[in-house]
Ligand binder design. Structure first.
Ligand code: ACO
Length: 334
């Protein structure tokens, strides 16, 4: 005797959007600011230019329009949103949360809102959180934003970091579905013992702004031990991708797109090779945006989606790595 087929509720991606600053900073511009060269930056990182917010622009300047674009594509009324989540380490201010600024700008009156801090892995962490809200029935419609203005926390005298980062925002709308698509599997990890590899020591309660030496010691700026981070990044991205794929029950040959966090072209290429995914199925836009942290994967996702390069049924593997250290992956069927 067989009963009715009970399908699991999943979170499908119903809309995507992104918004970026107009202002471009090229490698040639950086050559005039620090001792560096277009050749060094391009060969070591793959970055040619990045977008930089103006002095009067902040995170919400971009996260709000990115959210509007995603909502518009999804055909959702903001009042339908149950939850607004913003992944960011560069909010407008420590509180209120940037997600609350987005919520009020959209008129998402019914939604609960909170930010998550998981560095460059923030968007993948957000997908894991948002999809579980939907799968367990706590929410039907969720807005997830990944948005960063790293340029405001960049030490423009430190050539080892200032050439790498860019600003931008992107969003997805997730909706409950009984179809066999949406977020199929996620895997998340952290190792706080390696927290000093990428950090911003100042600006919090350890070295607060009212410590007069904080700025002198250049504490409220991004610090990174690049080459140590590089090796761990390749291994972690490959391992966590394997884990999420195993959980999904799919094979790599079924993956239409790998969207890795855009931190370094050489990391992206090495991960693609380790996973044996052909280069034409690995999405790269780092040459135009640099490392936009939690925004990098959703910007790439929206570029692919809007240009028709993702079709219904396509499987997308997203995998990220960043400050914390944190790393994670998500397998999504469109
Ligand atoms: N221009 C010219 N020379 C430079 C520059 C620059 N902008 N920056 C560093 N150098 C020099 C260094 O001083 C060093 O010189 P030395 O050999 O005389 O000491 C040399 O170049 C090599 O430096 P490395 O740091 O070893 O260079 P590497 O090949 O490792 O590339 C990079 C550096 C691009 C930072 C790379 O290590 C990297 O991308 N790492 C990973 C970054 C990452 O994944 N971050 C995670 C996410 S970030 C987040 O979560 C916010």
């Amino acid at each position: 005797m067989s009963g009715p087929v009970v399908r699991k509720t999943r979170a499908r991606i119903a809309g995507t959007g992104h918004a970026i600053p107009e202002q471009r900073l090229t490698n040639a511009d950086l050559e005039r600011m620090v001792e560096t060269s277009d050749e060094w930056i391009t060969s070591r990182s793959g970055i040619r230019e990045r977008r930089i917010a103006r002095a009067d622009e902040a995170n919400s300047t971009f996260s709000i329009p990115a959210a509007r674009h995603a909502i518009e594509m999804a055909g959702v009324d903001p009042a339908e949103l149950d939850l607004v989540v913003c992944a960011t380490v560069t909010p407008d201010m420590p509180f209120p949360a940037t997600s609350c600024l987005i919520q009020v700008a959209l008129g998402a009156k019914r939604a609960a809102a909170f930010d998550i801090s998981a560095g460059c892995s923030g968007f993948v962490y957000g997908l894991a959180i948002a999809s579980q809200f939907i799968e367990n029935g706590s929410a039907r419609t969720v807005l997830l934003v990944g948005s960063e203005i790293l340029s405001k926390f960049t030490d423009w005298t430190d050539r080892s970091t200032c050439v790498l980062f860019g600003d931008g925002a992107a969003a997805v709308v997730l909706r409950a579905t009984d179809e066999d698509r949406g977020v199929l599997a996620t895997a998340l990890h952290s190792d706080g013992a390696l927290g000093d590899l990428i950090c911003m020591p100042g600006g919090g309660s350890r070295h607060p702004p009212n410590d007069p030496t904080s700025l002198e010691r250049r504490l409220p700026f991004i610090k990174m031990k690049g080459s140590e981070t590089f090796k761990i990044a390749v291994r972690s991205l490959a391992d966590v991708s394997d884990e999420a794929m195993r959980k999904s029950g799919l094979d790599y040959s079924e993956v239409r797109w790998l969207i890795p966090h855009q931190a370094n072209r050489r990391i992206i290429d090495a991960v693609g090779q380790r996973l044996d995914i052909p280069a034409e199925r690995v999405y790269v836009n780092i040459e135009r945006f640099g490392n936009t942290s939690a925004a990098s994967i959703p910007i790439a996702l929206d570029e692919l989606n809007r240009s028709g390069q993702i079709q219904p049924g396509d499987v997308v593997l997203m995998s990220a790595f960043g400050a914390g250290l944190t790393w994670g992956a998500a397998v999504v069927r469109f």
